[in-house]
Ligand binder design. Structure first.
Ligand code: IDP
Ligand code: MG
Length: 143
């Protein structure tokens, strides 16, 4: 059994709608272990750096403004195949394409305000986890 970690973000629109508990519960009943979690509010520079691969895309400015609009929940989820399973749970980036039962199909407000983030590879998971969490904020194998 190889445990994998992924970085999950509950974006500002979902936090604003008081859905944190529902989403966290969904993560747990799906089989993820939450090994790190916090509420933070990002500034412009932090969002731009996090999403730097998208800097030239037409939606970048809207994305940054959305992501700084309120607090978010960042969490590290651990399970076998966590990266793929978490992306399946949140659904397609475009909520109109997201399968029924996925989080984006159910809770997204628009393409940009799609509610959730999940790492898309081992490399990005490592970058993203280190972006938000210190080593002593990660609790793997302790309970
Ligand atoms: P992902 O979040 O599913 O990995 P990415 O392509 O990495 O999707 O895009 C990052 C975020 O940028 C998306 O979650 C969404 O908020 C926003 N975004 C991506 N593509 C579009 C688009 O074509 N229109 C509007 N917003 C977009
Ligand atoms: Mg992405």
């Amino acid at each position: 059994m190889t445990l994998e970690r992924t970085l999950s973000i509950i974006k500002p629109n979902i936090v604003a709608k008081n859905l944190i508990g529902k989403i966290i519960n969904k993560f747990e009943i799906t089989g993820f272990k939450i090994i790190g979690i916090k509420m933070i509010r990002l500034n412009k520079q932090q969002v731009e750096n996090f999403y730097k691969l998208h800097i030239n895309r037409y939606f970048f400015k809207d994305l940054v403004n959305f992501m700084i609009s309120g607090p978010i929940i960042v969490a590290i989820l651990e399970s076998e195949n966590a990266i793929k399973l978490h992306r399946e749970l949140i659904g397609d980036t475009n909520p109109l394409k997201a399968l029924k039962g996925t989080l984006r199909a159910e809770y997204a407000d628009s393409y940009t305000e799609n509610g959730f983030h999940g790492s898309d590879s081992e490399k990005s998971a490592m970058f993203e986890i280190n972006y938000f969490f210190r080593k002593d904020e990660i609790f793997s194998g302790v309970n």
